[in-house]
Ligand binder design. Structure first.
Ligand code: SAH
Length: 230
């Protein structure tokens, strides 16, 4: 056998971004190694196994991209912990959504996970520079994700109502404008609480307009802020 060919798969597999390292992250998520709540949805685990999370962080942090931890992405913001992304996605899939809205694009990783699952994704980010970088990543990965530079607390009504909404920044209370953009039977996932720790809340909008709320886990997100910056 050609020794060069034999070497190749090994060379690709080496390093801290290799398939082996990603597989280990998926096993940890499945077992619930970080917080006792395992991720069961194989569709979600598969996307996390294949989507290159290291492309969503600075090169200097690429070696840590498959640890189950949040990482800084600049401007005081973070890419969410893989377990949090997995859990929010798993819960969102329960209503079999087609069209989703994300508030807080950040690195673009959560939006890319949703797009990789075949969903029509709309995402809003208030920090222009983060959005530009996220858009570049979407292009690199050939992903068709609609994005907007705006204060996501007003949602994106022109494309609503959505089957599901995901808020990836924390607020003391659920944002009414977002609940309004949810279709009947649709679900919204958001971290609700103070600045240090929040509850991951799932809300489902019932036919009579009332909502059903469930608390899923304790999480820590960066705050949902008002206004836009370049
Ligand atoms: N989903 C992101 C998580 C990024 S952290 C990821 O996968 O990387 C949360 C993001 O929400 C930050 O980028 C922050 O700038 C953004 N954000 C905070 N308040 C916002 C608002 N009102 N509208 C839109 N984005 C907001």
């Amino acid at each position: 056998m050609n020794p060069r060919l034999r070497m190749q798969p090994q060379a690709i597999g080496q390093g801290m971004t290799s398939q082996r390292v990603r597989d280990r992250l998926v096993e940890r998520l499945r077992e619930g190694a970080s917080n006792g709540q395992g991720i069961a949805d194989e569709r979600v685990l598969n996307v996390i196994r294949t989507l290159p999370r290291h492309l969503f962080v600075d090169e200097a942090l690429a070696s840590r991209a498959y640890e189950d931890t949040a990482l800084p992405i600049g401007h005081g913001q973070t890419i969410s912990q893989p377990w949090v992304v997995a859990r929010m996605t798993e819960v969102l899939l329960e209503n079999a959504p087609a069209k989703v809205l994300e508030v807080g694009t950040g690195s673009g990783y959560q939006a890319a996970v949703l797009a990789a699952l075949g969903l029509e994704v709309h995402t809003v980010e208030r920090i222009g520079e983060l959005l530009r970088q996220a858009r570049k990543r979407f292009r690199t990965l050939g992903m068709n994700i609609r994005s907007k530079h705006d204060d996501g607390r007003i949602g994106w009504p022109e494309h609503g109502p959505y089957d599901a909404i995901i808020v990836t920044a924390a607020a003391p209370a659920l944002v009414p404008a977002l609940v309004d953009q949810l279709r009947t039977g649709g679900g919204l996932g958001a971290p609700v609480g103070g600045s240090r720790s929040q509850a991951l809340v799932r809300l489902v909008r019932r036919e009579d307009g009332s909502v059903e709320e469930t608390r899923l886990a304790a999480v820590t997100f960066v705050p949902l802020l008002s206004g836009m910056i370049d």
